[in-house]
Design a binder for this molecule. Structure first.
Ligand code: AMP
Ligand code: ZN
Length: 396
């Protein structure tokens, strides 16, 4: 079945610098959208739909698309990209999309959209990168933690997550603790093209979600008390979940992925200095593994209503820098990690206090393990003989 194309003329032209952000938000506009694209020049939006829309559906789609555009474009200013390191021209030997070879070798098994099982090659590579990130954590004497994959809804509520990132949340429920509901499910549950056929009334209300980040769990463990010793450095690895709709493609963008974080809590200077030291230490590590990348200012993918204000705020206060690895096969870059500073946001929201009674500042260094492995393979290929000596020896 070929897709139907619907082109919408944007009431406001979408500037080049916003085109990627607008495009990624269009994924959440309507379930009928299979693909969304801002045309070069930013005058039109091209939607691929499963079927031709009737006039009512068409005007509903147009209205929603224009709302996204208006909310993101009106009053937007081009944020200055600050580049802290640029090693994008580091020579790398490979130029193909590693996904094809990974699929062909059964090195990845796509279980569903955004959900992949990975095999020995990727697992070993991920373990190798994990070792490097753990060395970074050790260099700060970071205390190890293990956090749950689930997170209480009231935790996320307390840090305004629902308002900032509603689109990417993943909810968890279970059958109501009711014999009839459980019996009904046991006897009738089956999957069709829409998923499980069980009525929603069989399920308990949602009190829990799948965790979207690692460091939040630390801040909650420290909440409502003075910060022990006036500063804390911790590290943990965890499975994180962000639903990215039709943006979920290959190993680049997953619903279910793994993050290693090194987390700093304390006075402003301590957090900012630690973030900077971490960046410098990682620069030496990335040189050893031959990664072509650059570190540049960035913003989190806030939902449309919050986007403009929050992104400008992050940019003005230099709160987020991303490690963007080169993907030669598509002449673009992919964030494999980030250096973050949250000011005293979590300290204030969660009442974590410094010895002088003021709210603690927090920051984290976060690495996406699947993306790190994917970007490395995109630059060096699947054959270890083509890898830098340092990586080859470590994996031998
Ligand atoms: P962030 O907290 O958004 O800066 O995320 C930290 C790192 O996690 C990113 O730099 C990515 O490497 C990784 N990451 C974030 N979202 C995804 C995703 N949907 N799929 C795979 N990796 C991700
Ligand atoms: Zn974090």
């Amino acid at each position: 079945m070929s897709a139907e194309i619907l082109e919408i003329v944007s009431t406001l032209p979408i500037p080049e610098y916003l085109s990627g952000e607008v495009q990624s938000k269009l994924a959440y506009v309507d379930e009928a959208i299979l693909q969304a694209q801002v045309t070069p020049g930013g005058e039109r939006i091209r939607l691929s739909l499963a079927a031709a829309p009737d006039s009512e559906q068409r005007s509903r789609l147009e209205d929603k698309v224009q709302r996204v555009v208006a909310s993101m474009v009106k009053g937007a200013i081009k944020l200055k990209v600050q580049v802290l390191e640029d090693h994008l021209d580091r020579p790398v030997p490979y130029a193909l999309d590693p996904m094809e070879a990974l699929l062909a070798r059964k090195e990845v098994n796509p279980e569903a959209v955004g959900i992949f099982a990975v095999g020995p090659l990727l697992s070993r590579l991920i373990q190798f990168f994990e070792g490097l990130f753990l060395e970074l954590a050790d260099s700060f004497d970071a205390a190890p933690y293990r956090f749950p994959t689930l997170i209480p809804a009231r935790y996320l509520e307390r840090v305004n997550y629902f308002r900032a990132f509603p689109h990417s949340l993943s909810f968890v429920t279970h059958l109501r603790t009711d014999l009839d509901a459980i019996d009904h499910f046991a006897q009738h549950a089956a999957c069709d093209e829409h998923g499980l056929n069980e009525p929603l009334t069989s399920f308990a209300g949602i009190e829990t979600l799948l965790s979207p980040a690692v460091c939040y769990h630390l801040y909650f463990a420290l909440a409502d008390q003075p910060l022990p010793g006036g500063q804390v450095v911790a590290t943990a690895v965890g499975t994180c979940f962000r639903y990215e709709a039709i943006n979920l493609t290959s190993l680049e963008r997953l619903w279910n992925f793994t993050m290693r974080e090194v987390i700093f809590v304390g006075a402003k200077d301590f957090v900012l200095q630690s973030r900077e030291i971490a960046r410098q230490r990682m620069a030496a590590v990335f040189e050893k593994i031959g990664l072509a990348y650059r570190v540049e200012s960035a913003n989190d993918p806030f939902f449309i209503g919050e986007f403009r204000k929050q992104a400008a705020f992050q940019s003005a206060f230099q709160l987020k820098f991303e490690i963007r690895a080169r993907l030669p096969f598509k002449e673009s870059t992919l964030a494999v990690g980030s250096y973050n500073y949250h000011q005293d946001f979590f300290g204030r929201q969660l009442n974590i206090t410094l010895p002088d009674g003021s709210p603690a500042h927090t920051g984290c260094v976060a690495f996406g393990l699947e993306r790190m492995a994917f970007a490395f393979l995109a630059q060096y290929g699947l054959e270890p003989s083509g890898w830098p000596e340092f990586v080859r020896q470590a994996l031998a």
